[in-house]
Design a protein around this ligand. Sequence first.
Ligand SMILES: *Cc1c(COP(=O)(O)O)cnc(C)c1O
Length: 470
Amino acid sequence: MKTIIEPFRIKSVEPIRMTSRAEREEYLKRAHWNLFSLSARDVIIDLLTDSGTGAMSSEQWAAIMRGDESYAGSPSYYRFETAVREIYGIEHVIPTHQGRAAEHLLFQIYGGEGRVIPNNTHFDTTRANAEKSGATALDFPCAESLDTESDFPFKGNMDLEALRACLDSNGEAVPLVMVTMTNNAGGGQPVSLSNLKAVRKLCDQYEVPLFIDACRFAENAYLIKLSEAGQEGRELKDIALEIFSMADGCTMSAKKDGMVNIGGFIAVRDPDLARELRERLVVTEGFSTYGGMAGRDLDAVAQGLHEVLREDYQEYRHASITYVVDRLHQRGIPVVIPAGGHAVFIDAKRFYPKIPWSKFPGQALAIELYLEGGIRSCEIGSLMLGGTDEESGAAIPAARELVRLAIPRRTYTQSHMDYVVEVIESVWKGRDLIGGVEIVQAPRVLRHFTGQFRRLPNSRAPQAAHALPH
Ligand SMILES: *Cc1c(COP(=O)(O)O)cnc(C)c1O
């Protein structure tokens, strides 16, 4: 059959509260045009993030009931440990309440003043934890990753020459190399097995350990199966095992491919490192058999890790994202191609070519998507990633102006996605009438979370200015 169906049926539903455009204008005005400040009940389709927002299966809910809340040695912990060992093939498993806690532990040991941490692209919490320790976080994405129109299938790859140069010039200052799979900050694009092998080879040559930021490892494994030569006949669990066979350890946010609402872990091969991590774990997260998680949540992760590697699930997951990307691309709407693992990215620079980066075209588009159809998305452009030059005080742009529509796992159906396409299309038709956005007030760091904004009228379309609510 050509139709790829959602490989589940729905047992429990959560009503969506429908709103009118006039209501949404009022809500967003009160939120100072910042989508993070909205109440989630005023959102129709929430694509702000895929982190912890997915639906659990009936087997996961059953696992929740099985959860054992013993402080030490809970059977839930052993089921969790067994699942991670089986799927990742890494011996020592240390639970944490989410991914950033795992990163915090890792950089307590590997970070520090004068150290240099290379990655294909650090996720923002990874960068923050590395830098908070005093280390310098460096990104080496491959050249293809900057071209939003190239259909190269592994735009998450590491730039091998840049990594070699970094290892060469920094020597002992590099305590480990990280590879983020898929590359979240780089558009959810996957890393190929051959690129990972080449990274491993460099790590061997320079005698540095390799850690994988494994948040979306199963989506990455599926994209390897789909696009890498020689991988098409393999089972996802074998590809996943091969990925981790190259690593000395990994950090994981179970809120992504763990298919749960909260949780994470760090897994390592070296028993001495594991002991040191556990000593620190007990100070900030909890005892080594729960590490900040409830027993029931450990059980839900154990079940989720098996479900995420099912072929039918990954086939549907990828199809639901490609479905939107293909439809937008066919209509000439600028999206990042090929579709990444967990989100649709609209290129706001090409969507609104007349809005300069300093007027935040991505934020302008995110606002329009909410007003038009109650869709909540997230700007990943100069508002989130740009900044201010310390010396001159000049504003700095980001490399790209993107809007991310992250798709929660198993949460929305194809008709929800049809609606999303229709809303985007309608905003596209009115694109000439839209002005940019200005910051009214914002903190210096992470300004996208709490900043307050103002919409600017479009000077080239004065007749449309009255359409703006103020
Ligand atoms: C989400 C994420 C993290 C952090 O995990 P949290 O559970 O949100 O703390 C780290 N790395 C990547 C690539 C992520 O997507």
